[in-house]
Structure formats: structure tokens, C-alpha cells
Design a protein around this ligand. Sequence first.
Ligand SMILES: NC(=O)c1ccc[n+]([C@@H]2O[C@H](COP(=O)([O-])OP(=O)(O)OC[C@H]3O[C@@H](n4cnc5c(N)ncnc54)[C@H](OP(=O)(O)O)[C@@H]3O)[C@@H](O)[C@H]2O)c1
Length: 287
Amino acid sequence: MRRGDRGIVLGLHRADPDRSLLEHALSLGVRGIDTAYNYRGFSSHRQLARVADLLGEFIVSTKVGYFPSDGAGQPPQHSLEPARLRQAIEQSVDELGRCPDVVFLHNPEHTLRDLPAEQARDRLDTASVTVVEAVAAGWCGAWGIASWDPRPVAAAIRSDLPPSVLLLRSGLAVAAPILSAADELYRRLDIPHEGRWGMSPFGGSTTDPAWQAIGQAGFLTDGQQATTAQVAFRLAYELPAVTRVAVGTTHRKHLEELVAGTELDVSEAAVARYRQLLSQQVASTTA
Ligand SMILES: NC(=O)c1ccc[n+]([C@@H]2O[C@H](COP(=O)([O-])OP(=O)(O)OC[C@H]3O[C@@H](n4cnc5c(N)ncnc54)[C@H](OP(=O)(O)O)[C@@H]3O)[C@@H](O)[C@H]2O)c1
């Protein structure tokens, strides 16, 4: 039986789409897939097209902003140039065989942080208009911004051209200044709750010994049993408050564990206390 949407987005940054995992995901109520034009060596969309019969059951988000480099062995180039973004969106639709539900500008800070303030504003503005036009032309359902470090985005974005979705890091691995920038962006752009998405709840890995230190560190209300991964995942919906979280996993059991984790009841007081400690940290570093 396919369950209702759990607000979990299967991220394909580190793994190719796997048919049996996607079918299992649907049976568990996982309804999101997040990918990008450049994921898996620019092949992720073509890989997804191999499971085209399942794609209609998912909310599919993708991202544009990284392009193949000129030289072999070089890292992908970042660009917010409208013609390149437009071409990447059109190619994404062709390769996926369907319009993505959301197209994100991918890490715009990569380009913005090296520009003078005025140029950064212009560059983000023209890039935003490009994706707004793609939505109007029917190439995608909505547009968004996905950012690892939202501070250069906050400095450059126009409040009267807000994205429908902001995909930002969430959870215990997020440093205080990043969390504070996320809060500020959500507030200033008046992003509705359903447009607030989190990502990378484990900061990319669960093997760091620091995760064992959080254990059951008082974040849950009384009487609940949970693994460390479940507590960390559940908190990714609170820090900052988001409705969807993009997480990477290649394991059916891990996915089941995450799904069960969404049912946990978190202590509001513990989250508030943690946020207060982070705010004090931001205040002391900016004083
Ligand atoms: N700037 C951007 O746009 C950006 C940046 C980063 C991430 N993202 C999005 O967010 C998604 C997730 O990020 P991510 O993959 O970097 O990091 P992540 O979700 O924080 O961590 C993924 C790691 O967690 C492990 N894991 C997951 N569930 C587990 C469980 N129950 N128990 C133990 N280990 C578990 C996975 O291993 P197993 O495979 O063994 O489960 C994998 O190694 C990406 O795929 C992408 O869609 C976007």
C-alpha cells in the first residue's frame, strides 16, 4: 500500500536512482526525489528516465547552476548566465521526459560571493527572472533556490521576487550563522511553510563520532525510543522549521528508519533551548 506523503525527499547527490529503493520509498510514503543537472557526472536525469514509469508518482526537484568544465579533470563550472540556465532547464526536461516540479538555482552563492554587491544583485536578479520565465513557459512547476551557504543570497536577493521554495541545510550539523541566515531569509521573503525545505540532515555522513555524542540528548519528549540517526533526522524538520527534508540513503532499512523517525515527538522546549544557545553563539561572534 502506498502511504501519504511523509515530507521525505530522496536526494540523489551520492547515489544513482535504484528501482527497488524507489518502489520501496513509494510504499513508505516517500514522495520526493531531489537531483541536479550536474549530479552523477551530469547523468542523473538520464538515469532517472530509466525509471520513468515511477517518476509520475514523485515530486521531482532538480537544480541548475553547474556546467561541464572546458578541460578534462577540472571541476564543474558555476554560472548564473541566463542562456546557460535556460539551456540546462530545457535539457533537463528532455532527459527526464517530464517537467520537474521544482527547478532550483543551484548554490548561487558560488558565483555571488566573488562579486561587488551591486553586480551580485543584478546577477541573481537576471538568473531569477530566467527561472520565473521557465515556469511561465511550462518548463517546470515552480522555481526555487538551493543554497549551502545562504548568506551571499540573503545579501543579493530582491524581496519582491521571492522563490516558491528555499532548499537550505537543516538539522544539528548546521552552524549557527547559517541557521540564522536561513531564518532571516524565510522571514524577509515571507516564504510559506510548504516552501521551506531542508537538506543534508547528517551533513553528508553519519559516521562522524560527533553523532554518537548527541544520542538521545533530551530532544524527545518522554518515553520514546529512537536511534541517533532518527533523532538527528527528526530534528532536521525543526532547525530551521521545514516541511520537507532531502536525505541521501542507499539502504532500504535506513530509509525505513528515517520514515519511522518522522513520527517522533520532539520537545519544543529542548529545541528552543538549543536555538537559544546558537543565538548566543552568533551574538558573541558578532559582538
Ligand atoms: N547545495 C545543494 O543543493 C545540496 C547540498 C547537499 C545536499 N543536497 C541535497 O540533499 C541530499 C542529502 O544530502 P547528502 O546526501 O549530502 O547528506 P545526508 O543526507 O546528510 O547524509 C547522507 C548519508 O547519511 C547516511 N544515512 C542516511 N540514513 C541513515 C540511517 N538511517 N542510518 C545511518 N546512516 C544513514 C547515508 O548512508 P546510507 O546510504 O548507508 O544510508 C549517507 O551516507 C542530497 O542528495 C541532495 O539532494 C543539496
